[in-house]
Write a protein that binds this ligand. Sequence first.
Ligand code: 5GP
Length: 261
Amino acid sequence: MKKGKKLYEGKAKIIYATSDKNLVIQYFKDDATAFNNQKKSTIEGKGVLNNRISEHILSNLSQIGIKNHLVKRLNMREQVIKLVEIIPIEFIVRNVASGSITKRLGIEDGTVLKEPLVEYCFKNDELGDPLVAEEHIYTFDWASKKELEKIKKMILRINDFMIGMFRGIGIKLIDFKLEFGRIKINGKNEIILADEISPDTCRLWDSITDKKLDKDRFRKDLGDLIPAYTEVAKRLGILHEQSNISAVNVTKLSSIKRKRK
Ligand code: 5GP
């Protein structure tokens, strides 16, 4: 498959065309942004880890019947994905209150919610991804009622699966963000899971210590982001337990391999 021209560059990823009009390449950058782009940095190795972690989670979701855009991982930083028409909503799933909800509603950080809470944010950087109601989604035709009902069912299934998967490796799934897209499969319109699921898009706390193993390490200047993401990857069984290869070394190794080819 041939890599074509750049179609889109986002904050953490780049999308390239391919020789197949239905497939694109998703490249994971090392860039980190927070607070609507006000805070920016480059963290070497982050893209490599997110590529691996997202591949792992999306492949597992596929096995339990959650259709998603992942076709295959190509290399350390790239994966082939299905081209979808993204629904312009960020679906935020919360099991424990943290982040924006604590400020918006004055809820204490760490409050366990009695059931998962799904929030909708309109994907618009200029407006700072504002929270919207279900009625806004219908009024502005961002998604139909039928589509939203399907998405809500998928979200709860994804949440159940991910809570269990992370619980098994000593991690609490506090909250996360999902995106969905439209695609035609055998002439039929379908909704599939898109984007990435990684420590960039989830809040993950160690079950015993509550240590943050996610992008809050960057947002809150806690440092040690790469060791935290590496820890998540190791516990998921993606990196060998005894391996001391840091993501930075992984990046260097991959470029050495490329040069040798
Ligand atoms: P909050 O609304 O508390 O800022 O975020 C809730 C959850 O959704 C967090 O896990 C956060 O990482 C994720 N999230 C929300 N918006 C974005 C976004 O624009 N980009 C990324 N990477 N994650 C987001």
